[in-house]
Design a protein around this ligand. Structure first.
Ligand code: AMP
Length: 228
């Protein structure tokens, strides 16, 4: 692929939808709706720019290895990816921008009838189910709380209801999912938003093609603070 061709990795759903206005600000329009098409490579109005649809947790991998030049993924996904590689320094992804999109928070939730504060005070060993093992491990270690982490890939809300775990660590947006499952949020671990990540090689070789897009994204995004 030529030094002018750019591939952008996105995941379907909230990140895709909320990246569209940023792409529009860069003069880029995706020509197919991923909800209506089965295609994984979507053309844009620019012959030199295409979008590839991947799982959210695969975005950093695609960009790291150069399967995509740039991508958008949540801070949660990035932190878990970096932990797998033993730290951000080993991953080599350039993270120029907090885009301020797909905002939510990472929280601890328990059954409404579970006295979390008391269990923590008494130094109980907690069983915590989560997809976000690295974030959960760091958080409870920083609090000095002993936990047994149980890795799940989805439907975390079910874990405290079935006795699999005392608590979960999950993303919360409106809080409706917790409420519907009689769970309550007891700790807010961190605010989450999506970041732009860029392949470091592409940044050098495709700088001219990337620059206007990075500039347009920076102008159009509303970060919730300085990118971590
Ligand atoms: P809510 O009911 O609005 O609090 O949304 C919670 C559910 O949506 C949980 O299952 C989360 O895993 C998921 N969720 C919420 N926000 C996001 C996000 N920004 N990215 C990915 N998943 C999310």
């Amino acid at each position: 692929m030529s030094a002018r061709q750019l591939t952008l990795a996105l995941s379907k759903g909230r990140i895709f939808e909320e990246t569209l206005p940023l792409l529009a600000a860069a003069g880029i329009e995706v020509l197919e709706d991923p909800e209506k098409s089965r295609k994984l490579i979507l053309p844009t109005n620019r012959p030199d720019v295409r979008v590839v649809l991947v799982r959210a947790s695969d975005v950093p991998t695609y960009v790291q290895y150069g399967g995509a030049d740039l991508g958008v993924c949540g801070k949660d996904t990035l932190l878990e990816h970096e932990a797998e590689w033993g730290g951000a320094g080993n991953v080599g992804l350039y993270q120029p921008l907090d885009l301020g999109i797909a905002r939510c928070r990472m929280s601890v939730a328990v059954r409404a009838d579970f006295d979390y504060a008391r269990a923590v005070r008494q130094g109980a060993r907690l069983k915590v189910a989560t997809k976000y093992v690295a974030i959960a491990r760091d958080f409870f270690a920083s609090k000095g709380v002993h936990v047994d982490l149980i890795k799940l890939y989805g439907s975390m809300e079910l874990a405290p209801l079935t006795g699999l775990a005392d608590a979960i660590v999950d993303l919360v947006s409106t809080g409706n999912t917790l409420k519907a499952n009689h769970l309550v949020e007891v700790e807010r671990i961190m605010d989450i938003s999506s970041r732009l990540v860029v392949n470091q090689g592409a940044l050098k070789v495709k700088r001219e093609a990337l620059r206007p897009i990075l500039d347009a994204f920076a102008r159009a995004s509303q970060p919730q603070g300085v990118a971590a």
